[in-house]
Ligand binder design. Structure first.
Ligand SMILES: Cc1cc2nc3c(=O)[nH]c(=O)nc-3n(C[C@H](O)[C@H](O)[C@H](O)COP(=O)(O)OP(=O)(O)OC[C@H]3O[C@@H](n4cnc5c(N)ncnc54)[C@H](O)[C@@H]3O)c2cc1C
Length: 407
């Protein structure tokens, strides 16, 4: 099978890219989606608000997903569901597991838009048995909203990111009575006033509280937590544990490939056009960084779709590979894009940064020639920081850009 553009992942980012590509006259645009339905994560986020900027109304996730899928179909994109891409080969050749068997698809360009997922229990080093009743928000949402299943009655929610508060709403929707939300830090990770969701829903928010062990053999019977200030431990009676957030890019496929990964973000390394280390491959959406909203991913999909259309029209053919590498230093946790081609404006107009802890000071971006861009700021983890590339004025190849904080 030969296509102009193969898009891996039918979430908001991949679908939006397909819409733009079709509108730009690219003939054969095929979305490969491993699930039975396209739409991505919003398919099972049964809560609002989605779609405010895209559709100027407040939608629940499933309605939003259905609308974006409809847009892509009406634009003429082909959506192949139950098609899992299993291998990325140099030059744009893909191996795909499909209901018809193993397919080989070759594409002039490939866009990777496989999104993010939450860190599961196994990767969090929590001791204890392996009883039934341990899940992530995403798995819980899909059980409740897509399958009508309710795995427990009195879960504890681990974490306090935005998604953790949506876990409270999902659990209540599933007829559950969450016992507590626990957070090892002294404040919630999500923005104020998210804690009011826990308050109004009657879920105790336990700060300075760290999960030590899950109790129970066949079913969850409780958890042991530590007070991070006093070191004291105690048990909490519950029948389920929901691990929330600590997002990581869904980069399993990319890790097995020839493409350059970015150790800091855990996603793919790209330039300001969204191009990967093999120029036949592009990436967009939350595969690039944990984590942005559906609306952001949708807009980013459109942007990278336009870059691919430019590329197929020959508008990027003069671009040289020589590029400046952006490298972040603790507490700057990630920077996207990581490679900048000097003197060229791409679809990514900003450097996107995140920090790993609360930090106050001067953000500095310095090149090898001793030039520095500086800005005073006070930021918290999981908050978006944007630095306009035009402000940095990268006009020549200076090797590396250091991105760091002076506290
Ligand atoms: C549990 C959870 C809850 C979230 N809740 C919200 C929320 O309430 N609001 C919000 O704005 N954002 C939320 N997000 C963030 C979410 O990532 C974005 O909303 C948005 O879905 C990102 O779009 P995307 O297209 O990059 O990725 P996704 O929506 O994740 O889409 C990626 C698609 O790629 C497919 N895929 C992956 N690998 C392959 C493969 N090898 N072959 C074929 N297909 C593949 C997946 O099945 C999926 O459909 C949540 C994320 C998670 C994990």
């Amino acid at each position: 099978m030969h296509v102009d553009v193969a898009i891996i992942g039918g979430g908001p980012a991949g679908l939006a890219a397909a819409i733009t590509l079709r509108k730009r006259g690219i003939k054969k645009v095929t979305i490969l989606e491993r699930e039975c339905n396209a739409g991505g994560i919003p398919r099972h986020c049964g809560h609002p608000p989605f779609g405010m900027r895209e559709f100027h109304r407040i939608l629940r996730g499933p309605k939003y997903a259905a609308r974006v899928v409809e847009q892509a179909k009406s634009a003429g994109a082909q959506i192949l569901t139950r098609h899992s891409v299993t291998e990325l080969l140099p030059g744009g050749e893909l191996k795909v597991a499909s209901p018809q068997g193993l397919l080989t698809i070759s594409a002039k360009r490939v866009l990777i838009a496989t999104g993010v997922r939450e860190t599961p229990r196994a990767a969090r080093f929590v001791t204890g048995g392996r009883p039934k009743g341990i899940t992530t928000t995403g798995a819980l949402q899909s059980m409740i909203y897509l399958k009508g299943l309710s795995p427990f009655k009195r879960p504890v929610i681990v974490g306090s990111e935005l998604v953790s508060f949506s876990a409270i709403l999902t659990a209540i929707k599933g007829g559950m009575d969450p016992v507590a939300m626990i957070e090892p830090g002294q404040r919630i990770t999500a923005r104020h006033p998210c804690e009011l969701i826990a308050h109004f829903k009657g879920v105790p928010l336990l700060l300075n509280t760290e999960l030590k062990e899950i109790l129970g053999t066949s079913k969850v019977e409780g958890i042991t937590v530590n007070d991070t200030k006093t070191g004291e431990s105690r048990d909490i009676d519950c029948d389920g544990v929901i691990f929330t957030g600590k997002f990581i890019p869904e980069a399993a496929l990319a890790k097995l490939s020839h493409l350059q990964l970015d150790a800091a973000s855990g996603g793919l390394e790209i330039d300001q056009f969204g191009r990967c280390s093999d120029a036949n491959y592009y990436a967009t959406g939350n595969i690039l960084r944990p984590v942005e909203t559906a609306g952001w991913s949708y807009r980013e999909g459109h942007v990278v779709g336009a870059m691919i259309a430019d590329d197929l029209e020959g508008k990027l053919s003069d671009i040289k590979d020589a590029s400046v590498l952006c490298r972040c230093e603790d507490p700057v946790k990630l920077v996207v894009p990581q490679r900048i081609i000097p003197g060229r404006t791409g679809g990514f107009k900003h450097l996107q940064l995140r920090v790993s802890r609360a930090v106050k000071g001067e953000l500095i971006i310095a090149d090898n020639l001793g030039r520095e861009w500086k800005k005073k700021m006070s930021v918290l983890p999981e908050r978006r920081i944007l630095v306009a590339l035009s402000e940095l004025g990268i006009l020549e190849n200076t090797g590396t850009l250091r991105v760091y904080f002076k506290e």
